[in-house]
Ligand binder design. Sequence first.
Ligand SMILES: Cc1cc2nc3c(=O)[nH]c(=O)nc-3n(C[C@H](O)[C@H](O)[C@H](O)COP(=O)(O)O)c2cc1C
Length: 204
Amino acid sequence: MKILVVYYSMYGHTLKLARAATEGAREIAGAEVILRRVQEFEDVDKEIDKHEHARAMREQQKDIPICTVEDLREADGVLLGSPTRYGNMTAQMKHLIDKTASLWLKGEMEGKPAGVFTSTASTHGGQETTLLTMMVPLLHLGMLVVGVPYSLPEMIHTEARGGTPYGATTITGAKGELEPKSEDLNIARALGRRVAEIAAKLRA
Ligand SMILES: Cc1cc2nc3c(=O)[nH]c(=O)nc-3n(C[C@H](O)[C@H](O)[C@H](O)COP(=O)(O)O)c2cc1C
């Protein structure tokens, strides 16, 4: 059983959630979990060249393979992570999704579980809108969207941190100065585990 964790991250926060989701999925027996990043745009890549921190983060990710449509086709369950851009997923992530017409035509993603995660700079910067709108194309593809249940102890809180029933999240700060809290990572781990667990049950 193959689980794909695919993400986009410019400053590394979404990558940390992606790694936690990967760890969680790996806890399920028989899960072969692969981590993939989304292709960067050429013009954004040129901008990154000018910024030391973004350059360093790109360097950290260079060995993570780029996600292909084939990776999506082969997956039995998928976790998708994107930073929030104006309350939505990044164009880079949407670009990958928009390449899936061949999968949609043949119904190749139908019945596969999917979970989503995101990061925002600010507390009310649109985590839920990003997660909910990320789910829309997944539903068009016929995927079974999986959230985070409130039975997870980290879920009920009033602190400045992530964690929504729609998916895993974290808050980065305006300058990316914050790190994902341990609770945010636990929720991402739980989401990865849940998608893999459901994929295993569906295959059985
Ligand atoms: C064009 C643009 C739009 C953004 N829109 C939002 C937003 O709507 N809400 C928010 O809280 N943060 C917003 N941010 C901040 C990003 O969400 C933040 O940098 C990102 O979550 C960091 O994730 P990363 O470390 O994985 O790159 C925006 C950033 C950019 C560059």
